[in-house]
Every structure is written in C-alpha cells, then in structure tokens.
Design a protein around this ligand. Structure first.
Ligand SMILES: C[S@@+](CC[C@H](N)C(=O)[O-])C[C@H]1O[C@@H](n2cnc3c(N)ncnc32)[C@H](O)[C@@H]1O
Length: 271
C-alpha cells in the first residue's frame, strides 16, 4: 500500500496560508505574470487555475479574461483568495475548495488551464495532469509551472545546504513523478496528451537582506519546512535553526544580494 506523503494533504498548506499570502505569493507573482504572457489568453476566455493558493495567478488573470475558476484543496488558501476578491472588488472569479486530481468540471469546459507550482506536490501528478487536460476544450492550452532542481537555483541551494548542515541525514521523500528538469516537464505534458509542448526556464530573484529574514521566509511560508518542524520537538528544532542560521551567515554572498530561483514553465495544447 502506498502511503500519502504529508505534503500531498491540505494540512501543511492550511498551516502556512497566512505567511504564504503575505509574502510567498508576492514573490511568486512574477512567474505567474510570465506564464500568463506566454499563454496570452483571449479576453473572452474561460480559464481554470488549479492549486490556486491565495490567488497568485488568479488575481493577475482576472482582469484579462471573461471568467476564472480557481480551485485549491486547502480551505485556508481558498479563504484567503475569497477575502482578496472581496477587498479588490473582483467579480469574475469563482473560487472553491477542490482536489486537482478529481476536478468537478465537465469535459472540455475551459479555454485555458494553469497549475502554478502545484502539480509536484500532488499525490498523483499524472492524475492531476490528465484532469487538467480533460477539462480543456479541443485547442485549449494548459500551463504548468514547477521548480527546477535546486542546483539551478542559488536561493534553494542556500536553504538546502543549510538544512543539510543541520540535519546531515535529511533525505526528503522522492517525488511521485520527477518534474525538476525541462525534459521531465515536457515528457509529462506530452504523456498527458498535449501537443505543441514547449518548456521555458524562467528566473526571478529575491532581495535577501539577512540570513534571518531568508530563513523566516522559508520557515513560515514553506509547507515542506513546516512539516519538517512538526516532525521534530521544539528543542530539536531550536538546534536545527541555530545551525541553519550559522551556515547561512557563512555561505550567503555579501548582503544585500539578489538570489535567483529557476522555474520550469511548460505549455501545451489539447488536440
Ligand atoms: C506552492 S503553492 C502554489 C500556489 C499558487 N499557485 C502560487 O503560484 O502561489 C501550492 C498549492 O497547491 C495546493 N495543492 C497541493 N496539492 C493539491 C491538490 N491535490 N489539489 C488542489 N490543490 C493542491 C496547495 O494547497 C497550495 O495552495
């Protein structure tokens, strides 16, 4: 029997919803902006955003298209998006709680579908992709974003290096489907039945001012690190933090500095 990875359940995402909305979503917004430019949806398009989080992509899509259906399996993420929709007076977005692996939509109902930084956390990414393709109309296009391997991202290298220094035996569970190279992403989109598949590597930077602020960003807004913390006692975690911060202080370049992260953005069309 396969055990569901904890990151493939809503709980850790609900736990980070506040910090994610306040900080991570702002950092990830430029990747969504690039993905929207790449797809360039028509003004009358009906679009789906799967694993929408607090609306990082949805809120940028809404002014450009006729309607956005935004879904996420974490109730707290959807609640943050609902609040932003009300505050910003957006009335063409329909947000609801839904598992991306079992979409409650008819076949062929969308002109375009996005899944930004969600698929790699699904218990069954192939199922998520096949659902994304199923709900696209013939000719409709899907965009999927994942993180490139940490060796491509100076920011991830810093965090992974510091965590490994603190926890030398740390070995995160392998992903259900590897999606951290352009070849992997392209193969996954093609296997799901998409054609004209193209994958772009896109980099954006974070302005890093101190080891502490970088660590807090990951510790409070990053679901994988929240899970790691929950698996350890408070005292052990304090020890981990001390080594992480000492390592970051010695490995970070002179600050302030901009550290980049590379995303892979794949696009394909349903025949
Ligand atoms: C890293 S966040 C990305 C959020 C948003 N797309 C963005 O770009 O900021 C990953 C999101 O995927 C959602 N998620 C993970 N597995 C999911 C699933 N099986 N169905 C729906 N949402 C899922 C999480 O709740 C979380 O909001």
């Amino acid at each position: 029997m396969t055990q569901t990875r904890a990151i493939a359940t809503p709980a850790p995402w609900n736990d980070v919803a506040d910090a994610y909305t306040a900080e991570v979503a702002l950092e990830l917004a430029p990747y969504s902006a690039d993905a929207i430019e790449l797809l360039n949806p028509a003004p009358d398009a009906v679009v789906l955003d799967v694993a929408c989080g607090p609306g990082t992509c949805t809120l940028q899509l809404a002014p450009r298209v006729a309607r956005v259906d935004a879904v996420d399996f974490a109730t707290e993420m959807v609640a943050r998006l609902q609040k932003r929709l009300t505050t910003e007076g957006v009335d063409n977005v329909h947000a609801r709680v839904m598992d991306g692996q079992a979409l409650g939509f008819d076949d062929g109902q969308f002109d375009a579908a996005f899944c930004m930084f969600g698929l790699m956390f699904f218990a069954d990414p192939r199922r998520g992709l096949s659902e994304l393709v199923r709900v696209l109309a013939p000719g409709g296009r899907a965009v999927v974003a994942t993180w490139a391997h940490p060796e491509r991202s100076p920011m991830m290298q810093q965090i992974v290096g510091a965590l490994t220094a603190a926890l030398p035996g740390l070995s995160p569970p392998p992903p259900a489907v590897p999606l951290d190279t352009a070849a992997h992403v392209g193969a996954a989109l093609t296997a799901a039945g998409l054609v004209d598949v193209e994958v772009r590597a896109i980099r954006h930077g974070r302005d890093v001012r101190s080891a502490e602020t970088l660590w807090r960003y990951f510790e409070q807004g990053g679901a994988p690190i929240k899970l790691l913390r929950a698996s350890m006692g408070a005292a052990s975690w304090q020890g981990v933090e001390a080594v992480v911060l000492a390592t970051l202080r010695s490995t970070l370049p002179p600050l302030p500095a901009v550290l980049e992260s590379e995303a892979l953005v794949g696009i394909g069309r349903r025949p």
